[in-house]
Design a protein around this ligand. Structure first.
Ligand SMILES: [Zn+2]
Length: 346
C-alpha cells in the first residue's frame, strides 16, 4: 500500500501541517511521504493492511478511508483556523510563528506601559500635581492609557491643562473650611497650589444653613427655626434607610464651644447679639435708636463681669444607624452666659 495522498489545501506541506501531533502514538496515522510539486502529503493508517487486493498502486481500505475520518477532518480544520480553546500543541508551525509574533507585540506594548507607569510614579514622587486624585479618577473613567495619563500630568505641571470638576465630599469640606477660616484669598491660593475648589464652586455646592442665634433665653421659635434650617433635605439629605431590619436613629449631644467675647449686630432681627442670656432680657437689645444702643453700652460698663458671652452650649445632632456608619452631624448652638465667670449684675 503506497498510503493515501491528500492534497494539503490549507497551505504548505511543510509549514501548515501539525507534525508534533504524531508524538502521540494514538493519533491513528502518520505522514509517510511528501510531494512538494503537487502539495500532497501521503498518509498511512495505523491499520494499514500492507497491500490492497489486486492493485498495488491503490491504497488499502483503512488508508483510503482515513481522510474522511472525524479525527483527520478536525486536524485539517485546526490547521486552517485556530480556535481560542485550541491546545497549543495542535498548532502548525506557521500558526506558532504568528502567535509568537503577536505575543512579542504584546510584550512590547506592556514594556512601554510599564515604562510609562514608572515615569508616572517618578513624576508624582517629585512634583506636586494639583488635583491629582481627580485627574486619575477621570483618566480611569475614560480608560486612558498610561501614556495619556503621563501627558495629562506633564501638561498640568506646565499649567497647560487644568482638571475640571469631580470634587468629592472631603475636598469640598476642606475647601469650605479653608474659605471659612482663612478666607477666600487663602482658598484661591490653595486652589492654584493643591487643586482645591474655587470660591464660586463652594458657594454653589456647599450650602450653609443659616443659624438663628438666640438673643437671650432660647425661645421655642428659635429652636424650631434652627432645626428646620439644619435638617432641611436641600442642605443635608437624610441618610439612606438601611435595607435590612436595622432602624436609623438620632443622637442629640450637648457640649460647650468657646466664643469670642464680642457683641454683634444681627441684621435679621435688628438686635444686638452676644450678651449673657440670663440677664440680657433686662435691657432692650433691639437697635431702635442710638439711645437704645447707648443703654446696652452703659449696662456693660456698669457690669463688666457679665457683659458678654464667652461660652455657649452646642447641641450636636448626629444621624446614626445601628450599623454605626452614621456620619451626618449637625451643630446647633446659642450664646449663653457662662456661670463660672461670676455673678451677673446686669
Ligand atoms: Zn494502507
Amino acid at each position: 500500500c503506497p498510503g493515501i495522498g491528500v492534497k494539503w489545501t490549507t497551505g504548505s506541506v511543510w509549514g501548515d501541517y501539525p507534525y508534533i501531533l504524531h508524538e502521540n502514538p494514538d493519533i491513528g496515522w502518520e505522514p509517510i511521504s511528501f510531494d512538494s510539486q503537487t502539495n500532497t502529503i501521503y498518509f498511512r493508517s495505523d491499520r494499514c493492511k500492507g497491500s490492497s487486493q489486486g492493485n498495488s498502486t491503490k491504497a488499502c481500505q483503512p488508508c483510503e478511508q482515513l481522510p474522511s475520518s472525524v479525527t483527520f477532518a478536525n486536524v485539517q480544520e485546526r490547521a486552517k483556523e485556530v480556535k481560542s480553546h485550541t491546545n497549543l500543541r495542535y498548532l502548525t508551525s506557521r500558526q506558532k510563528d504568528a502567535l509568537i509574533a503577536k505575543l512579542l507585540r504584546q510584550v512590547e506594548i506592556m514594556r512601554t506601559q510599564i515604562s510609562d507607569f514608572k515615569r508616572i510614579i517618578a513624576l508624582i514622587a517629585s512634583e506636586e500635581v494639583a488635583g491629582l486624585r481627580r485627574i486619575l479618577e477621570q483618566a480611569l473613567a475614560r480608560g486612558s492609557s498610561p501614556r495619556k495619563v503621563l501627558v495629562i500630568l506633564e501638561r498640568t505641571l506646565r499649567k497647560l491643562y487644568r482638571v475640571r470638576g469631580g470634587f468629592n465630599e472631603r475636598e469640598l469640606d476642606i475647601s469650605f473650611l479653608v474659605k471659612a477660616i482663612g478666607g477666600p484669598k487663602l482658598l484661591y491660593a490653595l486652589q492654584k497650589a493643591l487643586g482645591l475648589t474655587s470660591v464660586s464652586t463652594i458657594r454653589r455646592r456647599h450650602r450653609v444653613p443659616k443659624l438663628l442665634p438666640s438673643l437671650a433665653t432660647p425661645t421655642s421659635e428659635e429652636v424650631h427655626a434652627n432645626i428646620q434650617a439644619f435638617f432641611c433635605p436641600d442642605i443635608k439629605p437624610p441618610p439612606k434607610f438601611p435595607n435590612c431590619s436595622e432602624l436609623p436613629g438620632n443622637v442629640m449631644m450637648f457640649d460647650g464651644v468657646a466664643l469670642e467675647g464680642r457683641p454683634r449686630y444681627c441684621p435679621d432681627r435688628d438686635a444686638i447679639l452676644g450678651l449673657c442670656r440670663e440677664h440680657s432680657s433686662r435691657v432692650n437689645l433691639q437697635v431702635d435708636s442710638l439711645d437704645s444702643v447707648e443703654q446696652v453700652r452703659k449696662a456693660q460698663i456698669k457690669n463688666p463681669i457679665c457683659r458678654l458671652t464667652a461660652h455657649c452650649p452646642m447641641y450636636c445632632h448626629h444621624h446614626c444607624s445601628t450599623t454605626g456608619s452614621g456620619s451626618n452631624t449637625q451643630i446647633l448652638y446659642h450664646p449663653r452666659w457662662d456661670r463660672s465667670i461670676g455673678r451677673c449684675l446686669l
